[in-house]
Design a binder for this molecule. Structure first.
Ligand code: 5AD
Ligand code: SF4
Length: 433
């Protein structure tokens, strides 16, 4: 979501006559787009800001002005902290108000008092004020829903991104067509809880994600559709049927479970048990045999015992996730879990995370190794570090490195997989160049 927001922020700045700088030293304006989900991410912004302030001083000595701004969830949650710890910042705006950037920059040019801080939850939708979304290359993000009403007890999102709102169906379909016309063959629909999508169609009728997917699948030239991130309890039969009926829907689903223990899931205020999660996985797999799953995990949630943690390892063994993101529980001020008793010691969190990741990586490596010898359609959209190398993704979101002419960038190419490790595959193009 932050990559998407940054892309949209860059588009606003382009309309104001800015263009991308090659380094912070050559930039007249630097904006940090921030994440507040875990403490580490939130702290990073303050050290980055300190470093940038030194660059600003160097530039000032050369007679150049630098505007420094912060956008995103850290602003929403820590506006007072920003004013205290980084008073040199010119402006700070939350994730729902960055469409006001033109006004903010105008105010700054009048040298009003700084920092200008905007943490309002606005009545208007930023999507109605942003410039037209544009293709990000072969693969684009399209935000269809924002915010979350789930209030998992560890999570800041409902407080920083606000309550859940869904964009209207027609706006999304139009935007998807623009992205495809601009060269995207893949669209990744975004939302904090994307499968609770309930936007209105042109008759004012509420429609679900399945409805949207069926319509998107009819766009000529759109070959791959993904959606992320889903909430297990909101996976309904309509959506499961889409995985059976829509070949464009990629056979990879990110479905965070967070923990394998029912006691912990309850304390997390997740609306699913481990049994219900496994049942959803089985139904989805039944609808599409080649469907693979990835997930998010939190270890060391308050009160997590060895037995609870063992239940998490057990669910990993059952599902055999092809990819996963795992984190130590991070205590976030303002969330209910931060005040819970029985906070888990840091050393235990560390050991559990290592054990969990060892297991997760073993399945990920196994899955990747099984790709060797297969011919897979890979969508290339990034230049590799080595000359003549492109990086792309298989339908299962595996990264693939291949030596290919840049003419293949933003295209789907059949690649014979020759090697694999935990994080990526490599291969060569099938057939003649
Ligand atoms: N501590 C650790 N991980 C967290 N996540 C969200 N909040 C926290 C927290 N307080 C993780 C969840 C979520 C992912 C985006 O970040 O696993 O799915
Ligand atoms: Fe946070 Fe996701 Fe839970 Fe919403 S569903 S509160 S975004 S972890």
């Amino acid at each position: 979501m932050n990559v998407y927001d940054s892309h949209r922020i860059a588009a606003i700045l382009e309309t104001l006559g800015f263009s991308a700088a090659t380094s912070p030293k050559s930039a007249d304006l630097v904006i940090f787009n921030t994440c507040h989900i875990r403490e580490k991410a939130a702290e990073k912004v303050f050290s980055d800001l300190g470093r940038l302030n030194l660059i600003r001083e160097e530039r000032a000595a050369e007679g150049k002005d630098t505007i420094i701004g912060i956008v995103g969830c850290v602003v929403q949650a820590e506006d007072e902290e920003i004013a205290k710890r980084a008073p040199f910042v010119d402006f700070a705006t939350g994730p729902l108000t960055y469409h006001r950037l033109p006004e903010i920059l105008q105010k700054l040019s009048r040298k009003k008092e700084t920092p200008i801080i905007d943490t309002e939850f606005p009545a208007e939708s930023k999507f109605d004020f942003l410039p037209q979304n544009s293709s990000m290359g072969g693969s684009s993000f399209l935000a269809i829903q924002e915010g979350c009403n789930n209030f998992c007890t560890y999570c800041v999102v409902p407080y920083t991104r606000g309550i859940e709102t869904s964009r209207p169906v027609d706006d999304i379909l139009k935007e998807a067509q623009v992205l495809v016309d601009g060269g995207s063959v893949e669209i990744n629909l975004l939302g904090q809880n994307v499968n609770s999508y309930h936007g209105e169609d042109s008759n004012g009728k509420e429609r679900n994600l399945a409805f949207l997917l069926q319509h998107l699948a009819q766009i000529k030239g759109l070959e791959r559709i993904r959606y992320t991130t889903s909430y297990p309890a909101d996976i309904d039969d309509d959506l499961i049927a889409c995985h059976r009926d829509i070949p464009h829907l990629m056979p990879y689903l990110h479905l965070p479970v967070q923990s394998g223990s029912n006691t912990i899931l309850k304390a997390m205020n997740r609306r699913h048990t481990r049994e219900e999660y496994l049942e959803k996985i089985a139904k989805l797999k039944n609808a599409r045999k080649d469907l693979q799953f990835s997930s998010d995990f939190i270890v060391g949630f308050p009160g997590e015992t060895d037995a609870d943690f063992a239940a998490t390892l057990d669910i990993v063994r059952q599902v055999k996730f092809c990819q996963a993101f795992s984190f130590k529980y991070s205590r976030r001020a303002g969330t209910p879990a931060a005040l819970m008793p029985n906070q888990v010691e840091e050393s235990i969190k560390k050991t559990r995370l290592e054990e969990l990741q060892k297991l997760l990586f073993s399945y990920q490596l196994k899955f990747n190794k099984e790709s060797i010898g297969k011919i897979m359609p890979v969508l290339f959209d990034i230049k590799g570090r080595h000359k003549g190398e492109l990086i792309g993704r298989t339908p299962y979101m595996q990264n693939v490195h291949a030596e290919l002419s840049k003419d293949y960038c933003n295209k789907i190419v059949n690649i014979k997989i020759t090697d694999a490790n935990v994080n990526s595959l490599s291969g060569t193009k099938e057939g003649k160049e």
